[in-house]
Every structure is written in structure tokens, then in C-alpha cells.
Design a protein around this ligand. Sequence first.
Ligand SMILES: Nc1ncnc2c1ncn2[C@@H]1O[C@H](COP(=O)(O)OP(=O)(O)O)[C@@H](O)[C@H]1O
Ligand SMILES: [Mg+2]
Length: 227
Amino acid sequence: MQILKVENLSKIYGSGDTAVKALDNISFSVDKGEFIAIIGPSGSGKSTLLHILGGVDIPTSGKVIVDNTDVYAMDETALAIFRRRQIGLIYQFYNLIPVLNVTENITLPLLLDGRQVDKDNFNHMIEVLGLSDRLSHLPNQLSGGQQQRVSIGRALIGSPAIILADEPTGNLDTKNSAEILQLLKYFHTNFHQTLIVITHDESIALQADRIISIEDGRITRNEVIRR
Ligand SMILES: Nc1ncnc2c1ncn2[C@@H]1O[C@H](COP(=O)(O)OP(=O)(O)O)[C@@H](O)[C@H]1O
Ligand SMILES: [Mg+2]
């Protein structure tokens, strides 16, 4: 079952002499439960693509369809709801809210959406993430690896259609990187969670089901490496 379809996506920043073509006619689709690695040089358009997939940046032209919904045909209100319910975003520098503790950071997306926290689901998640004894800690009381585990919890708590991660291990040492990848793979394998991960780390890319390479805003390779 197809969960994401991208059609002829282009993004131009600015205009006239200073215009930058960040994405140049990108098309691909993703099945539910796939794990995709996106690789490519710095400045090639990877983050721009991820932001547009997640409804946080607007394409200049082209379409993004998530779970049969045409993302950029929605009005602002519907788009905000779409982002909260269907997209889980994970960033290199965690982007946790400094004044909220671990429990509050993880459950915030549900509360913003007026949804109840399912206690069993929450407890299972924090156990898998190894955060059970850190629930009342603030982000600045946690290591980088722990902060990234909180951001994984926050991304997953609402059972989104897709997890989008932009260099999730880019700020971590080898051991913590491996742990973060193991966690993402746990949710991918056990909950059939669709994952799209931008990475510079070849050992991470090689664990994906498919690798998409981007250069100068174009797809130069789109190869299934595992079924
Ligand atoms: N908000 C922006 N305004 C202008 N140019 C941007 C903006 N965001 C990204 N760019 C440009 O678009 C290109 C692609 O950037 P980006 O998607 O961040 O690449 P990557 O994530 O692959 O390093 C780069 O040339 C970058 O300078
Ligand atoms: Mg980037």
C-alpha cells in the first residue's frame, strides 16, 4: 500500500538573480512500512525535501500525497492538523522544549491535538526508549542520546503515517548513533512504521530498504537494497 507519492516537486528559494533551485522536478513514491535513506552532498536539497514532505515548507510546484491526501491542496487549518496527526519529525538537534520535562515533551503533540494519552502505549514506549527513570528530567539534564530518544517518543506518540528524520544521529557519537538507529528500526519492524531518514552515515543508509540519492535537487539514484 502506497503511503506517500511525490509528483514533479520543485522548490525555488528567492527570485531573480538570487533565486536558488533547491529541488528540481522530484518524483517518487513510498509504500507503507518502508525504511528509506536519503543521502547526498550538503546543499543538495535533502532538508528542503523533508520539510516539504512534512508540510512545513511549501513547494514552488508539484504535489505531495500522503495517505491519499493532497497535502498542499489543504487550507492552513487542515494542514496544521495533518502535520500533528500524520507526520513525526526528528531533527539533528532534537528541538525539545527546554521548560518541559520528558513526559511533557513526549505527550505534547497529543495534548495540542486534544487527544488523550494512552497510558499503556506511553509506558511501553518509554520502556523501549529506556527513559522510564528520566521522566521528570528537563532536556538540559539529559545526554544527547537521551534527548534524541525523547524526540523519537514525541514523533511516534501519535502514531503518524510517516516518520521524517533529518540526520538524527548527526550530533551523536558512534555508540549513541547505533542505539538511535536500533530504536527507529524497532518501531519500523514491530509497528510497520514508515521511516524516511536523511543521513551522511553510510552504515545507516545500508540498513534501509531503499536508498535515494539527491544531487543538485534531483534524484540521481533510487535503489531497493532490501525487501
Ligand atoms: N530558507 C532558504 N532560503 C534560501 N535558500 C535556502 C533556504 N533553505 C535552503 N536553501 C538553499 O537550498 C539548497 C538546498 O538546501 P538544503 O535542503 O538545506 O540542503 P541539504 O539538506 O541537502 O544540505 C541550498 O543551496 C541552500 O542554500
Ligand atoms: Mg540538511
